[in-house]
Design a protein around this ligand. Structure first.
Ligand code: ZN
Length: 205
């Protein structure tokens, strides 16, 4: 292998996440409890400059036990794939010691996010082994208020999750989540790191 090629990358949660979670209990019994935490983390994430207004948790569905927390770390890490969902799922898998969060014998786990996933995290959620996706809301607000591009999501995204045994729960503290997106979008210094609009197809003649 050519010597100059990189061989390693790592992602670490910023210290502020630990302090933000210091008053959060080990278990989050209700859907509202869970979404309230992701809304808090999402709001603080952009204020801290670590990434966009997005956060995620992995939680045991039945008990509400918190298994991991993630925030969008694209700006902090310089890695475009470090969306909150990928960070939370990866940390849960690292803590779990397996790529399958739905492995037999373990408790059913869910991913909690402050808005519907982008197209990348749609796949990441689907392959992670979680059995439930809890989102504050979905709709055009994220793109209208923040300028972020969710990518070419399928119209039947809920049905696709359903076919793979993943339950979708939405519209939990939705107004609170929209307010986080709105506050972010109104900042004069927003950085939108996403696909660069319309591309073009090149074919070799
Ligand atoms: Zn994403």
């Amino acid at each position: 292998m050519p010597a100059a090629l990189p061989t390693h990358f790592a992602v670490q949660l910023p210290d502020w996440v630990t302090s933000e979670l210091s008053d959060v209990p080990d278990t989050l019994p209700t859907d509202e409890d869970r979404v309230r935490v992701v809304n808090r983390l999402a709001a603080r994430n952009y204020q801290e400059g670590t990434g966009g207004p997005f956060a995620a948790l992995v939680v045991e569905t039945e008990t509400g036990r918190l298994r991991s927390a993630g925030v969008n770390l694209v700006l902090a890490s310089g890695l475009s794939s470090t969306h909150a969902e990928v960070v939370a799922l990866s940390l849960a898998q690292a803590g779990h010691g397996t790529w399958d969060l739905g492995a037999p014998g373990g408790p059913a786990l869910e991913l909690v996010v402050n808005w519907r996933t982008c197209v990348m995290c749609y796949g990441a959620a689907m392959w992670s082994g979680v059995r439930r996706l809890l989102i504050a809301g979905h709709g055009p607000e994220v793109e209208d208020l923040t300028g972020f591009d969710e990518g070419p999501m399928r119209d039947d995204w809920i049905e696709q999750f359903d076919q793979r045994g993943i339950e979708i729960v939405t519209d939990v503290l939705r107004a609170e989540a929209v307010e986080v997106l709105r506050a972010y979008g109104e900042r004069p210094d927003v950085v939108v790191y996403n696909a660069r609009g319309r591309g073009s197809i090149h074919t070799s003649a």
